[in-house]
Design a protein around this ligand. Structure first.
Ligand code: ADP
Ligand code: MG
Length: 777
């Protein structure tokens, strides 16, 4: 060990020399200058001091002050200067892939290195990290996964958990685990970083850990609320509203006429209210309308209008638009480009900012455009805190964010654009004042803003907990309920119970809440339990190839594009892939395989263009498929990753496995004279999402549809669905080992009016029993 220590020391000295050489080089000096101008630099010493004196430190500071890029780097530099460079091991977690990658790249550049040297990153299924990597940026999920196999984080010297104010589920979960770990690893340092000033909450969770605030500097930003926007720009909600045909009807299948009428009513009432001298004296009608005021339902016209106004009338400066989701961003981008609404297209650089974008695109977002070109970035709430675009002068805030909420009573996840919190609105506004005074256009009235909640509800309290419960078990953290009760803000008992029941039902936990073999395998796959189960069954039943495509498609995003102005064409393009087999999942497989064929013939792009498919998404699906193969090889379910093409494409088998994964996501189908009636046990009547191939059918010749997602909007809508038969539901739905046939039938009972003779029942029970046992083996 003396020799080992000597080697370590020599290595540390080499690392120190290298760092010094960079710091003394002209480029290094220049970089140092710009780093020193960040507000965090003034707190460098007190930060380092606090970290060396305390096991836990909470740091807060405005977005852009240098927390993420600087603080981990200060620690790294100090360790290297103290000749401990080869021994330190710093992990900094990020809630999102894109920020882990972007930040690692930036920090490497600031250190005059390429990524993968002393600085690296690791995100789900991807990473750049070498043997000399001492500072690793990773997603929170990656650190949790590491804790699976390395409970004490052996060799790790510092853990930095970033963006804790967002209160993501993984972050809250990680904090419980770390709180548990700290006494076992007294020399481990934990640093929590937050953009907002609610540091007390975290400090008291860790027994009064010291808090350090980095005072930031931003230029003043003027807030324009809807009433001011209407006044300054002369915009009329009602007139624009007449021509809008986008908005909600795209999705919720409401009658266009009714919807338009309703929107016009709301718009005119809102206008009336806003034009009134005193906002407190709204008429009851106006008040009611304000409560339904929804920038989305007025369509993109308002956003377009504001963008036009900025492009034509305002001073130079980049624009950052906060929208709700990827679909909306894409549609708006298409629409703006198709109609050249913003004037000369060569003078506008329109960019979309989202989680899986390529790094070329990413670079454009940070770069200053040429003179005379206005950069407009359409982003989701990701751009609120995780990434900072310096040259933004104008922010357009639609006031909404798509958040998953969870209805524990109906066990239904809802993905609804909902109003953001005051904290988020402040954050969005702050993005405009980085380089000069800015303007923030809030597309909602001030009184709506005043009714926002102060902070957003933590994710742990608003999402289903299945994957999380599985992780608690595989990390051997004891009883699920006990563990979760130690959270910063523990979830409701009913939600926890639902998740445990679900895991028992699919056979991932046994009756005593112990992990089964299936459960253990599921916890190693980086996808939801139901999708993991499909992969495992796909391997067992030798039809992995199509199943991997389906699972990858569900986890990445839908590759079928539905541009709103060509919706009919896009729908019929998709329908061709369905070949009338009543399955969105099989349509996806066909589309993907057609694309692979086309790629081999060098005509992939043309194929995508003709069929309204996203080449980028298909590529992502392709790469995810490869990763699945390796993961399944690791658990021993796949022998040879090359033999993927020999797998069966038997349509009945694929349906059965889809059913095994998606159950109990199932609804009954009754074909009526003029319509189809669909029902689930919890929701009663449900509808099909208009993008589903099944939504175009007038009859569905299957008694059941299984689906992977239902979304509650005004009604409950099913997204992708696949028709399955009675026998498939009986054999592949759920897990019969629980409560035997009686228990299983009872569970199915609500769905199946299945008449079964006693002698048949015995046969069924034994087949189903064998099947379930096989899965567990
Ligand atoms: P915080 O974490 O406090 O929000 P960051 O450390 O992310 O702040 O950013 C500090 C500064 O570094 C910001 O001014 C930001 O614009 C700049 N910066 C961050 N990433 C990049 C990048 N990829 N390219 C150029 N500048 C960047
Ligand atoms: Mg940050």
């Amino acid at each position: 060990s003396v020799i080992a220590e000597r080697i370590l020391r020599r290595r540390s000295l080499q690392i120190r020399d290298k760092q010094q050489a960079w710091q003394e080089s002209p480029e290094g000096q220049k970089m140092e200058e710009s780093r020193k101008s960040l507000p965090s630099y003034k707190e460098r010493d007190s930060l380092l001091n606090a970290v060396s004196q305390n096991q836990v430190v909470v740091v807060s500071g405005e977005t852009g002050c240098g927390k993420t890029t600087q603080l981990p780097q200060y620690i790294l530099e100090t360790e290297i200067e103290a000749a401990r460079g080869a021994a330190c091991n710093i992990i900094c977690t990020q809630p999102r892939r894109i920020s882990a990658m972007a930040v690692a790249e930036r920090v490497a550049a600031e250190r005059g290195e390429k990524i993968g040297e002393s600085v690296g990153y690791k995100v789900r299924l991807e990473g750049m990290k070498g043997k000399d990597t001492r500072l690793l940026f990773c997603t929170t999920g990656i650190l949790l996964r590491r804790l699976l196999v390395d409970r004490n984080l052996k060799g790790v010297t510092h853990v930095i958990v970033d963006e804790i104010h967002e209160r993501g589920m993984n972050e809250d979960f990680l904090l419980i685990v770390l709180k548990d770990l700290l006494p076992r690893r007294p020399e481990l340092r934990l640093i929590l970083m937050s953009a907002t000033l609610n540091a007390e909450l975290f400090s008291s969770y860790f027994g009064g850990a010291p808090m350090i605030h980095i005072p930031g500097f931003t230029y003043p930003v003027r807030s324009l609320f809807l009433e001011n926007i209407l006044e300054t720009t002369g915009y009329r909600l009602t007139s624009y509203n007449q021509i809008d045909n986008y908005g909600q009807d795209k999705m919720w299948k409401m009658q266009k006429q009714t919807l338009r009428k309703r929107k016009t009513q709301i718009a005119s009432a809102v206008e009336e209210a806003l034009m009134a001298a005193d906002f407190r004296e709204y008429s009851p009608r106006a008040r009611e309308s304000l409560s339904c005021w929804n920038p989305d339902s007025i369509g993109f016209n308002l956003i377009e209008h504001v963008l036009c106004h900025i492009c034509r009338k305002e001073r130079p400066g980049a624009v950052l638009v906060f929208m709700t989701g990827w679909d909306d961003i894409n549609s708006l981008k298409d629409q703006l480009q198709a109609h050249s609404l913003l004037g000369d297209p060569s003078r506008v650089l329109l960019l979309a900012c989202h989680g899986s974008m390529a790094s070329v695109e990413q670079k454009l977002i940070f770069d200053k455009p040429e003179d005379g070109v206005r950069k407009i970035v359409l982003a989701t709430n990701m751009a609120e805190t995780s990434i900072t675009i310096n040259d933004v002068v104008f922010v357009v805030d639609c006031g909404k964010a798509k958040e998953t909420s969870y209805d524990a009573l109906n066990n239904t996840p809802c993905l609804l654009p909902s109003w953001i919190s005051k904290a988020s609105a402040r954050q969005r506004k702050g993005r405009a004042g980085r380089v000069q005074p800015g303007e923030c256009y809030h597309l909602y009235p001030r009184c709506v803003h005043d009714a926002f909640a102060d902070y957003q509800l933590p994710e742990l309290l608003r999402t289903p907990l299945q994957s999380l419960c599985l992780q608690i078990k595989s990390l051997q953290l004891g009883s699920i309920s006990d563990f979760l009760s130690k959270a910063l803000q523990p979830p409701e008992a009913l939600s926890v119970q639902n998740a445990i029941e679900y895991l028992k039902m699919i056979g991932a936990l046994d009756d005593n809440e112990n992990l089964t073999v299936l459960g253990r395998n599921l916890s190693t796959l980086p996808v939801e339990p139901k999708l993991g189960k499909m992969l495992i069954l796909g391997a067992i039943f030798n039809c992995l190839d199509p199943i991997m495509t389906i699972v990858a498609g569900v986890s990445v995003r839908d590759p079928f594009l539905m541009p709103f102005d060509k919706k009919d064409l896009a729908e019929s393009a998709k329908a061709q892939f369905s070949a009338r087999d009543f399955s969105d999942h099989l349509a996806l497989v066909r589309a993907f395989e057609g694309w692979k064929d086309a790629e081999r013939k060098q005509s992939g792009y043309e194929y995508c263009w003709r069929n309204f498919l996203s080449a980028q998404t298909l590529k992502a699906i392709d790469s995810l498929r490869k990763q699945f193969l390796y993961l399944l090889k690791d658990i021993g379910l796949v022998e040879n990753v090359e033999s993927c093409n020999t797998w069966s494409h038997d349509e009945h088998l694929i349906r059965a496995i889809i059913c095994a994964g998606l159950f109990p996501g199932i609804c009954s189908v009754v074909n009526k004279e003029k319509s189809i009636s669909l029902k689930t046990m919890e929701d009663g009547a449900v509808l099909l999402h208009s993008n589903s191939v099944n939504a175009q059918e007038s009859k569905i010749p299957f008694p059941w549809l299984v689906f992977n997602e239902k979304v509650k909007v005004n009604s409950v809508f099913l997204r992708d669905s696949t028709g399955v038969s009675d026998s498939v539901v009986l054999l592949f739905g759920g897990n019969v080992s629980r409560g035997g046939l009686d228990g299983h039938m009872k569970m199915l009972g609500g769905y199946l009016e299945f008449f079964m003779k006693p002698e048949l029942a015995a046969t069924y029970l034994s087949i189903k029993g064998e099947l379930d046992e096989l899965i567990q083996k």
